[in-house]
Design a protein around this ligand. Structure first.
Ligand code: EPU
Length: 416
């Protein structure tokens, strides 16, 4: 298994190109199931999760051609309506084939995702919404088996805000009979990006970007061309890296308007940020200042940036308090950071971080995607060598992170 070896203490200087967003690309690839026409996608990131999704889609009979960042999908010859356990267990986002398959073919069988490192993450709201739209759903032998001649539009109010739940129901509603109203919908930019693709495919959606999506179902959708939105979490991860390690970096092919809260926090940390329509520059010359935050749904502070900002707080001046409200078990990086000399204590869903002058490198273990990124940031700021094991978690969601960081002066290498 690959490892990352980081020698910390080097400032980051230069330019990094940001990739397309993982969490937009995954639902968008599934939208290819909704039509027999060609869906041509630009800016698709080269990630393990994208490969896993394409493997699943090919198994369902979707034709996939790839050329650099461009993926062309054609769903004219779908031959299977089943997402098997062996793929779903490796990637929960596989649940996103449920809505499109059911809406277009009247049936779908998708393995229940099972447990997850960051929390229990049930999919009851996906099921509840589809049932409200008339689907008959049974759970048999670990599989969700859904059937509906044609889904019917209705008003769905989810118990909580769910990103993939909104995406599944949105895709299903595009082909339902009549009008579907999704209340309490997720407003994440990735949901909006999916909605824009669906509109380009002929879907009728109002309220895009709000928590009330109104979808008038159509008989069929057609092909379209779309570029996946920039990855705001990758962007923020590199911004945190410069906050912790110091330096001057410019991130290209990204946007600051989908990062409002994170950028406000980075200002508080002491990073000087300037931006244009498709770039963000971050300059950091001093020791960071500690910041408090509480994760919440968009447009609030994202749970997917919690661990990376915590790494900054570890080396910051002052004491900070961080509360995680989305997932019940998303502090697994804490024990590893403490191995590097961080001073973090956890009390339920909150962590208290007392910043230290200097972390000291040590062997650590990555436990999930964003935890891995936070350990890279901590390693860049630490004195000496940090060896990160189990970086397959990192490869799921970051496109060649060590290559991008090396290009701006980090001492980081992949050990096979
Ligand atoms: N929830 C339920 N029932 C449901 C759905 C969600 O109880 O049917 C709960 C979850 O357990 C959680 C909360 O609702 O406590 C929010 O979960 P959500 O459904 O929004 O999360 P998700 O759609 O499974 C996506 C991202 C995650 C990101 C979360 C929150 C994708 C593929 N994944 O997950 O990304 O953390 O939204 O923003 O979009 C990551 O990229 O590292 C990652 C974990």
């Amino acid at each position: 298994m690959d490892k990352l070896l980081i020698t910390g203490g080097y400032r980051l200087n230069g330019e990094i190109a940001i990739s397309g967003a993982k969490n937009a690309a995954l639902p968008i690839l599934c939208a290819g199931l909704l039509t027999a026409g060609d869906v041509i996608l630009h800016n698709v990131p080269a990630l393990q999760d994208v490969s896993t999704m394409l493997k699943l889609l090919r198994q369902l009979g979707l034709s996939v051609t790839q050329h650099e960042g461009v993926v062309t999908l054609n769903g004219a010859a779908i031959s299977s309506l089943e997402a098997p356990y062996d793929l779903v267990k490796t990637m929960r986002a596989s649940i996103l084939v449920l809505g499109p398959l059911l809406a277009r073919f009247g049936e779908a069988k998708v393995s229940l995702p099972g447990g997850c490192a960051i929390g229990s993450r049930p999919v009851d709201q996906h099921i509840k919404g589809l049932q409200a739209m008339g689907a008959e759903i049974t759970i048999e032998a670990g599989y969700i088996h859904a059937k509906a001649k044609r889904l019917k539009g209705t008003r769905v109010v989810t118990d909580m805000i769910t990103v993939t739940g909104t995406e599944n129901l949105l895709m299903a509603a595009t082909l339902a009979e009549g009008v579907t109203i999704l209340e309490n919908a997720a407003r994440e930019p990735e949901v909006t990006d999916l909605a824009h693709l669906l509109v380009a495919m002929g879907a009728k959606i109002e309220g895009i970007g709000t928590d009330r999506l109104v979808i008038e179902g159509v008989e069929r959708l057609h092909g379209a061309t779309h570029a996946v939105i920039a990855d705001r979490i990758e962007t923020a991860t590199f911004l945190c890296a410069v906050a912790a390690a110091g330096g001057d970096i410019t991130l290209k092919n990204t946007r600051s308007d989908i990062l409002d809260v994170a950028i406000d926090k980075l200002h508080e940390v002491g990073v000087v940020i300037t931006s244009g329509p498709d770039w963000i520059r971050a300059q950091m010359a001093a020791r960071p200042k500690a910041v408090n935050f509480r994760t919440t749904e968009y447009p609030g502070f994202p749970t997917d940036m919690q661990a990376q900002f915590m790494a900054v707080n570890c080396v910051a001046q002052g004491v900070s308090h961080v509360t995680e409200t989305i997932f019940e078990n998303r502090f697994m990086h804490v024990q590893e950071m403490n191995r590097l000399g961080a001073q973090i204590t956890i009390d339920g869903h909150s962590a208290m971080i007392t910043g230290v002058e200097q972390l000291v490198g040590a062997p650590v273990m990555a436990t999930d995607l964003r935890a891995s990124a936070s350990l890279v940031i901590a390693g860049l700021a630490a004195q000496g060598e940090t060896l990160i094991e189990r970086i397959y978690h990192l490869d799921r969601g970051y496109d060649r992170m060590e290559v991008k960081l090396s290009a701006v002066g980090a001492h980081i290498e992949r050990i096979k």
